[in-house]
Design a protein around this ligand. Structure first.
Ligand SMILES: NC(=O)c1ccc[n+]([C@@H]2O[C@H](COP(=O)([O-])OP(=O)(O)OC[C@H]3O[C@@H](n4cnc5c(N)ncnc54)[C@H](O)[C@@H]3O)[C@@H](O)[C@H]2O)c1
Length: 370
């Protein structure tokens, strides 16, 4: 989207599709900027749309088509379950408008490329919510690692150790490929995986394991991966829904120190530490600034700023493709028992169209049994 689409001094017209749990964070984050007008909401369940509209002071539309025709919003937040993101994004793009997709943006690389193709012929753009790229700690880490000020990354650990009891999977859509699209690799660990890749750059090879130990799901309830990056740095990644003392952690050992963030569902600056190697300086502490926690307000505030000032917001669909490639490769490696190279993930790869490789459920069940 270009600056010309929103005249100087005007409000950015935003809308929300999907009025469930996370949609309220979108409405509140937009409102907190003071520079948006929430022009409408759509939900397949009319009462949910009505409750949202009353709470946030907007209008209900029965469909995305009617919302687009009546309001011509500049930006549409898509906060529906992930299986519906691609179709809604393509419809919004066809109307020449921009989209903000919740994570995971889509369920496969094929869907991602279909949305990217629609974006190429649209006046609109596609952005993705990965709020942990946008807290001040990650912004500082990306700058300092990018400039080499913290040395060269060599070893990393990326942990999403969360707990979801069996009851969490009671709703019909949960625990299924059709409803959720995947297990903790796609739905939960993706936040930390995205941040790890944002900080360390392109990955090259993945060797993974994914097993179902306890929960009533069609896919894994825990996965692990051993990763080699283009830079030759190595990392281990674990994604679990079986871990009673929950944590989210990334640790990066560079030639000059250890950078670590230790949090659960969002960090602030106090959750980051840097331990210099002997005789090294401490550029981390020296560069401390304003503390911005890694929440929706951090990313949506920046997105609104960028769109109103005509700058390119950096968390684009294209910028998050490596994360979907990583998730795809983790499933492909775990389910085939082979290493997967990033370069392997071409449109004729069996996992390009579906994270389960299109394998029959009986075969998948066997593959996820340790
Ligand atoms: N960034 C984060 O930290 C974060 C946190 C939670 C959820 N999420 C993501 O947000 C998305 C929504 O999650 P949620 O927890 O709010 O789910 P939810 O089930 O609470 O809400 C989804 C809503 O979408 C509606 N809906 C379903 N299909 C629709 C369609 N085709 N058109 C219009 N409305 C439709 C449902 O009726 C429901 O009200 C998911 O992609 C999820 O992964 C992100």
């Amino acid at each position: 989207m270009t600056a010309e689409q929103v005249a100087p001094g005007n409000l950015l017209k935003v809308a929300v599709v999907g009025a469930g749990g996370i949609s309220h964070r979108h409405a509140e984050s937009y409102a907190s900027t003071g520079r948006t007008e929430l022009v409408g909401v759509v939900d397949t369940v009319a009462e949910k749309a009505q409750t949202f509209a009353e709470k946030h002071g907007t209008r209900v539309y029965p469909s995305v088509t009617e919302l687009l025709a009546a309001e011509a919003p500049d930006l549409v937040s898509v906060t529906t379950p992930p299986g519906s993101h691609a179709a809604i994004a393509i419809e919004v793009l066809a109307a020449g408008k921009s989209v903000l997709l919740e994570k995971p943006p889509v369920l496969s690389l094929a869907e991602m490329d279909a949305v990217a193709a629609a974006e190429r012929t649209s006046a609109g753009s596609v952005y993705v919510v990965f709020q942990h790229r946008h807290g001040s700690g990650a912004v500082r880490a990306a700058d300092l690692l990018g400039s080499g000020a913290l040395g060269t990354p060599q070893v990393a650990v990326c942990e999403t150790l969360w707990f979801r009891p069996r009851g969490y999977f009671a709703p019909e859509w949960r625990g299924t490929w059709v409803g959720e699209g995947g297990g903790p690799t796609l739905g939960h660990g993706i936040h930390q995986i995205d941040l790890l890749l944002h900080l360390l750059g392109p990955w090259r090879t993945i060797n993974a394991t994914a097993v179902r130990l306890d929960r009533p799901v069609e896919f894994e309830d825990v996965s692990t991966a051993s990763v080699i990056f283009e830079s030759n740095a190595v990392a281990t990644v674990i994604n679990s829904l079986l871990s009673p003392r929950e944590l989210s952690r990334i640790r990066i050992d560079t030639t000059e120190g250890t950078l670590e963030v230790n949090h659960l569902y969002g960090y602030s600056d106090a959750d980051w530490t840097y331990s210099p190697a002997p005789e090294q300086g401490d550029p981390w502490t020296a560069s401390a600034g304003e503390d911005m926690p890694s929440n929706h307000e951090a990313q949506l505030g920046r997105l609104v700023d960028d769109l109103l000032t005509g700058q390119k917001h950096d968390t684009t669909l294209a910028a998050t493709r490596p994360t979907m490639e990583f998730v795809t490769a983790l499933y492909a490696s775990a389910l085939t028992g082979r290493s997967v190279h990033r370069a392997d993930l071409t449109p004729d790869h069996p996992f390009y169209r579906a994270l389960n490789g299109g394998l029959p459920q009986t075969e998948l069940s066997e593959a996820f049994t340790p």
